[in-house]
Design a protein around this ligand. Structure first.
Ligand code: BGP
Length: 473
């Protein structure tokens, strides 16, 4: 049975990517190095001293040179929006310069030209796991308060240049992930096992203040823009109805919810302050920081959603499964992807309802998708992938988005993650494919970089064309 469309007529259908996972051109156009240049295996191994040839991200899928062709393919699917990130080190190669790099700014002008040509609304992430390496090595990343000023200068340069062309902005990708992946998410050079809790939470605080200052800058420089936070959403279910398990799941979930609470309400919630005290964390928070947070709350909340997890107070039952960047207690009722991420479409409806009830802010699903191994085959003389598993994943999740909209949740749009195959963030593999478009590149770097439409390409085009009415329950 197909669903009659519950999606609003202005629903922003599209796809999402991040600069470091698709652009390549890692030293072109005056670009400086970023943390990604010393993370050839993602978060699975410690950073390297300098760039190494085995790093797939040096070329990635060569979007730096093929952006026009790729955006045309997105347009062919009918994208209303395209979420991309700007590589900070293209604009400020070291991160602490006074003036931006014109060649870097000009590259994104060209990307925006292509979006405009096809009537695609850009959705721009200011910082997506690509802190300039110099800021990591010289300042220890976000542990250092100086980063606030460098980020604000960078954000101001973007609003000044693109503010009239870009309506939707996200300040930090999955801002809560810094607690789990300090180098990837916070540009923090100190290895995780040597990082003090105080330094880690100071980095969190510095990012939150920077996020609010970017929102403030957008109000001044791009008054028509809307600024959202971006949270890694991962609903946490109690493993059993035992009240201790319910409390444990609430406590774990709050480690993520706190970031939305602060962005939306402009202050630290009591449970968060208690957790800092319990952990012996002593933060430097100025009165000015408090005022900046309070006065510059977000217009909307965006989030990624891949998995739900469980939680229990009983240590002996804490069997861990894989998650997006950090593990969680395995839910025995759910199946998992080839990478062990548990698949839970209803969890997306739960998150949407929970966030709406809690914050009453428009919600934007800016990442969701299935990382899977694909096989390129030939059908009627054309290379393609018969990815029915991916179609099923998207269909089931989008049906739940429709349910949430019927529940009364204000959902602005949906951008699937990795609408074109790209290098994975956690494992740096090409073989973990998310796209509607196959890119001929392998884990060993071989391949022509040619693009092929998968079966899901036409399927997603149909969903967009029918505004969700073609989804099946
Ligand atoms: C999120 C990141 C993305 C992305 C996605 C899938 O955490 O924001 O950058 O890559 O997860 O994760 P992975 O690439 O590790 O499969």
């Amino acid at each position: 049975m197909s669903t009659s469309s519950t999606f609003p007529s202005d629903f922003l259908w599209g796809g999402a990517i991040a600069a470091n996972q698709i652009e390549g051109g890692y030293k072109e156009g005056g670009k400086g190095l970023s943390i990604q240049d010393v993370m050839p295996q993602g978060i699975t191994t410690p950073r390297t001293e300098g760039p190494t040839d085995d790093n797939l991200k040096q070329v990635a899928i060569d979007f730096y040179h093929r952006y026009a062709e790729d955006i045309a393919l997105f347009a062919e699917m009918g994208f209303k929006t395209f979420r991309f990130s700007i590589a900070w080190s293209r604009i400020f190669p070291l991160g602490d310069e006074a003036e931006p790099n014109e060649e870097g700014l000009a590259f994104y002008d060209r990307v925006l030209d292509e979006c405009e040509k096809h009537g695609i609304e850009p959705l721009v992430t200011i910082s997506h796991y690509e802190t300039p390496l110099h800021l990591t090595e010289t300042y220890d990343g976000w542990v250092n308060r100086d980063l606030i000023g460098f980020y604000e200068r960078y954000a101001r340069a973007l609003f000044a240049r693109y503010g009239a062309r870009v309506k939707y902005w996200l300040t930090f990708n999955e801002i809560n992930s810094v607690l789990h992946a300090p180098l990837l998410s916070g540009g923090i050079n100190t290895p995780k096992d040597q990082l003090t809790k105080t330094d880690l939470y100071q980095a969190v605080h510095n990012e939150l203040v920077a996020s609010a200052l970017a929102t403030k800058a957008a109000r001044e420089l791009a008054p028509n823009a809307q600024v959202g936070c971006m949270i890694l959403a991962m609903p946490v279910y109690p493993l059993s109805p035992d009240p201790d398990d319910v409390m444990a799941s609430l406590t774990t979930e709050r480690t993520n919810l706190a970031f939305g609470d602060i962005h939306v309400r402009g202050e630290y919630p009591g449970y968060y302050l208690r957790s800092l005290r319990d952990q012996g964390v002593d933060l430097v928070v100025t009165d000015e920081d408090r005022a900046v947070l309070k006065e510059n709350t977000v217009d909307f909340v965006s989030f990624s959603y891949y998995v739900s997890v469980a939680e229990t107070a009983d240590e002996s039952k804490r069997v861990m499964g894989e998650g997006n960047l950090f593990p969680g207690v395995r839910n025995p009722t759910l199946k998992a992807s080839e990478w062990g991420w548990q698949i839970d479409p209803v969890g997306l409806r739960i998150v949407l309802n929970q966030f709406w009830d809690r914050w009453q802010k428009p919600l934007f699903i800016v990442e969701n998708g299935l990382g899977a191994k694909d096989e390129l085959v030939e059908v009627d003389g054309r290379k393609t992938v018969i990815d029915d598993y991916r179609i099923a994943y998207f269909n089931d999740h989008l049906v739940q988005v429709g349910e949430a909209i019927t529940d009364g949740v204000d959902v602005m749009g949906y951008t699937s993650w990795g609408c074109i195959d790209l290098v994975s963030a956690s494992t740096a593999q090409m073989s973990k494919r998310y796209g509607f478009i196959y890119v001929d590149r392998n884990d060993d770097g071989s391949g022509t970089l040619d693009r092929y439409k998968k079966k899901s390409f036409d399927w997603y085009a149909g969903v967009i064309r029918s505004n969700g009415a073609s989804l099946t329950r």
